[in-house]
Each structure stands twice: as structure tokens, then as C-alpha cells.
Design a protein around this ligand. Structure first.
Ligand code: FES
Length: 272
């Protein structure tokens, strides 16, 4: 299906629906970064790693668009969805003020997530900034399926790192930390350690999300080495289901909507 020249797949993996979700937790976990836990059994069962939800946050009549949020983990039996979000604008700041016990209107599951392979022996996960959220969901999946992984996690400075200890609990592999200012781990971007690890170890799959130069460099090296690589493309998303044309990604197959064809793409498909 094409809208305004952009290709959207006809169907999402599981059909999206609106859900009422009770907030079980909404608390700060790092500087300007919140963890939101929603009670919603249907979403907890349906969400796949790398997909996202679109949340309606009330309190501002002029904000018509929902806020797209990635999740870090689900607990299907308990009916819980764990989301991590950054305070990046007025919408997320209003969301941060909503209290436990209140309800949210949540649309999902949305998009195509990571194409994960239960046969993989070792996976490399690479993230920078808010890209750590969908990558973390892949780490949880690998841990649950007994798949070894190494991770390289980057942020601007130490106070922004929320995932490092939790990742180390989930892998016997390496979790390499970088900060732009050198306040934690290696100074610089996640790119350097990611390239180094790809040169040292054999990986069956590389997954990356973060700034585009990071994903472009990592995916180019993975392609040179013949390692399948997927990237999660962050885009402004208004509707989340293919209706508004705000989320286009240039690909070898033409312009595609990140909200339905992605946000996860095969890296070879993306034109940077
Ligand atoms: S078309 Fe993708 S967010 Fe609206």
C-alpha cells in the first residue's frame, strides 16, 4: 500500500488496537529518564522486541499526537509492559507527572521489531542514547532464549546510563560502556568498541539503534564481514500506523514508513 509515495506493508504482525492500561510504576531511573510499567495483559502478550506503542497523554488540548514509546521488557503472565522513556519535550514531561493507579490510552503493538533467530550462537548489541531502549528488549529476549550476547552502550555522560548493571545481569559476555565526556567507561561513541568487537569475535547477528552515524558505521562494517545486521530507525511518528507520512525512511525499495515497515530494518536496505 502506498501513501504519498511511501510504501507501507498492508498488515502489522499483530493487529494494533487501543488499550486502557493502568500505571503500576512511573519513576525516574537516571537523569531525565523514566521507567513506566503498564498493566495491560493483551499488550504484554502481543508485543515483540523492537515494536513500540503510542501513548495518549492528556492535559494539553493542543497536543493531538500521541507519544511513541519503546519498551524494554514484557511479563506476559503478570500482564506487565515495562517502558523506558526520556524527558525530551512537554509531552513526556506531562507523562512523568501521571501517578501510579491512573490509566493511559495506549495504541499497540505497532511496527515490525527485531527479526531474532533462536539459532544464533552470539549476538552483538550496539546502542547510543535513547536507542538503548529497543536494544535492551533484544537483550532480554536473548537472555530468555539462552543466546550469548555482548553489548556496547553509549550515552553523553554517566548520569544518563540506566541499563549497564541490568545488562550485565543478563549476559556472561562483555558489556562495554562509553560516554562522550569520558565520565564512565571508554571516552567516545559506542562505534569504536563495536568495531573492535566485530574484529575480535564471530557474531551471527548485529543489532543497532542510536544516532544514524553510529548505525551507518556499524552496519557498513557488519556488511563487510558478512554478518547480518538490523537497525532500528528513530523517526518522528505522529500516528504510528501509516496514516500521516511523517516517518519516512529512504530504502533500496523506495521510501518506507518506519512505523509499519520498521522501525527495524535490514541494514542493507537502508540508504543513509
Ligand atoms: S505514517 Fe508513520 S507515524 Fe504516521
Amino acid at each position: 500500500m502506498k501513501i504519498a509515495g511511501i510504501e507501507y506493508p498492508a498488515l502489522a504482525p499483530v493487529e494494533a488496537a487501543c488499550h486502557r492500561a493502568r500505571i503500576a510504576e512511573n519513576r525516574i531511573v537516571a537523569e531525565g529518564i523514566m521507567r513506566l510499567t503498564l498493566e495491560c495483559a493483551d499488550l504484554a502478550r502481543a508485543l515483540e522486541p523492537g515494536q513500540f506503542v503510542n501513548v495518549a497523554v492528556g492535559g494539553e488540548p493542543r497536543q493531538l499526537a500521541r507519544i511513541p514509546l519503546s519498551f524494554v521488557a514484557t511479563q506476559a503472565q503478570e500482564g506487565l509492559v515495562h517502558i523506558v522513556y526520556a524527558l525530551l519535550g512537554p509531552g513526556t514531561r506531562r507523562l512523568a507527572r501521571i501517578l501510579e493507579g491512573e490509566e493511559l490510552d495506549v495504541l499497540g503493538p505497532l511496527g515490525h521489531g527485531w527479526r531474532l533467530d533462536e539459532g544464533a550462537a552470539r549476538v552483538l548489541l550496539v546502542s547510543g542514547g535513547t536507542g538503548t531502549v529497543p536494544v535492551y528488549a533484544a537483550a532480554v529476549w536473548c537472555h530468555r532464549h539462552g543466546i550469548a550476547f555482548d553489548a556496547v552502550v553509549g550515552a553523553r555522560h554517566r548520569e544518563l546510563h540506566w541499563a549497564v548493571d541490568r545488562l550485565r545481569e543478563r549476559t556472561s559476555g562483555d558489556v562495554v560502556v562509553t560516554t562522550d565526556d569520558g565520565s564512565l567507561g571508554e571516552r567516545g561513541f559506542a562505534t569504536g568498541p563495536a568495531l573492535r568487537l566485530m574484529g575480535e569475535r564471530a557474531y551471527d547477528l548485529v543489532l543497532a539503534c542510536g544516532p544514524e552515524p553510529l548505525m551507518q558505521t556499524v552496519s557498513a562494517r557488519a556488511t563487510e564481514l558478512g554478518i547480518p545486521c538490523q537497525v532500528s530507525m528513530e523517526r518522528t511518528m505522529a500516528c504510528g500506523f501509516g496514516a500521516c507520512s511523517t516517518c519516512a525512511v529512504k530504502t533500496t525499495g523506495g521510501m518506507k514508513g518506519a512505523c509499519k515497515a520498521g522501525p527495524v530494518f535490514d541494514a542493507r536496505e537502508v540508504i543513509w
